[in-house]
Design a protein around this ligand. Structure first.
Ligand SMILES: [Zn+2]
Length: 265
C-alpha cells in the first residue's frame, strides 16, 4: 500500500469519542476498537496552532488566534504568508487538500471544494452543508490515488454554540456516517488512513444555547459571543498504521514518513 488520507475532525477529542458523545458515534468507536486508537495529551488546546503543528511539524508559539489587531479597535485575519512554516502540501504539490484550517478561510488545493461560511460554519444548516461537501469531495478524491488531507470543522463549531442534546446527537450521527463512508472507501481503495483532531471539547456553560455575531470590524466572519462548550486538552488519533503518536508534531512526522515512501517511487 502506498497511498495516504489524513482525515481531520476539528474538536473531536479522545474524551468526546470515548466518553461525552460516545453513544452518538458508534462507527467511530468501532474504528477505535478495531485499529490503533490513542489519546494525545496536549499542552494547549488552540485550533490554528495545533493544526499548524499537525500539517507543518512546527510549533508557532504566538499563533493562538486566526486574527491579529491592526489598531486599537480593528482586527484582520492572519494570512498564510505570515506563518513562517512550510506545510506538508507545499512539499508535495499534487496532494489534494480539502478545508485545512491553518488559516481562515481554510486552505484548499487540487479540489473544487469551497469552504462553507469562510470556514466558520456556525448554524446547523452551514454545518450540514460543510459536512456533505467534505464527504462529496473526499470520496471523489479517493478515486485519484493521490495523497489527501481533508478536515471537517463542524463538531467544534456546533458544540461551541449549543448544549442541546438533540442538536449534538444529529450532528454526531451525521459526522459518524460521513467518516464511516470515507474510511470504508479508503480501505477499499487500499489507502492508509489517519483520523486526527486538534483538541477536545468540554462543557463550560449549563445554558443550552450560545450566541454568535458577525465581527464588528470583519462582518464576513462570525464570532462566538457566548460559548457553551470550550476547548479541552486531548486529541484523538485513529489509524490503520501501527504508530501511537505522543504529540501533534509526532503526527506530522508520521504523515511525512508515509509521504516520503509514496514519493520515492
Ligand atoms: Zn479546533
Amino acid at each position: 500500500m502506498n497511498k495516504l488520507i489524513v482525515l481531520g475532525i476539528d474538536g473531536l477529542g479522545y474524551t468526546n469519542l470515548t466518553q461525552h458523545q460516545k453513544q452518538f458515534l458508534p462507527r467511530l468507536n468501532k474504528l477505535c476498537e478495531t485499529y490503533t486508537c490513542t489519546s494525545i495529551p496536549l499542552d494547549v488546546a488552540i485550533s490554528p496552532r495545533n493544526w499548524t503543528r499537525i500539517f507543518s511539524g512546527q510549533d508557532l508559539k504566538w499563533y493562538n488566534l486566526f486574527i491579529k489587531p491592526v489598531d486599537n479597535i480593528n482586527y484582520r485575519l492572519i494570512r498564510r504568508h505570515e506563518l513562517p512554516v512550510k506545510f506538508i502540501w507545499e512539499k508535495y504539490p499534487d496532494m489534494i487538500v480539502i478545508n485545512a484550517p491553518v488559516v481562515i478561510p481554510p486552505i484548499c488545493r487540487n479540489t473544487e471544494f469551497k469552504p462553507v461560511a469562510y470556514g466558520l460554519p456556525l448554524s446547523y444548516y452551514e454545518a450540514w452543508r460543510e459536512l456533505n461537501q467534505v464527504r462529496r469531495h473526499t470520496l471523489k478524491a479517493l478515486d485519484t490515488n493521490k495523497p489527501i488531507i481533508s478536515v471537517t470543522t463542524v463538531f467544534d463549531r456546533i458544540l461551541h454554540i449549543t448544549g442541546n442534546e438533540a442538536t449534538i446527537k444529529k450532528i454526531c450521527i451525521e459526522l459518524d456516517e460521513v467518516i464511516h463512508q470515507i474510511i470504508e472507501k479508503a480501505i477499499q481503495n487500499k489507502y492508509n488512513w489517519i483520523i486526527i483532531s486538534d483538541h477536545a471539547m468540554k462543557r463550560v456553560s449549563s445554558d443550552t444555547e450560545g450566541k454568535t455575531a458577525p465581527r464588528h470590524d470583519m462582518p464576513y466572519i462570525k464570532t462566538v459571543t457566548k460559548a457553551i462548550h470550550g476547548h479541552d486538552e486531548n486529541s484523538l488519533f485513529i489509524s490503520n498504521l501501527p504508530d501511537k503518536p505522543t504529540s501533534l508534531t509526532h503526527v506530522y512526522q508520521i504523515i511525512e514518513r508515509e509521504l516520503k515512501q509514496i514519493y520515492r517511487f
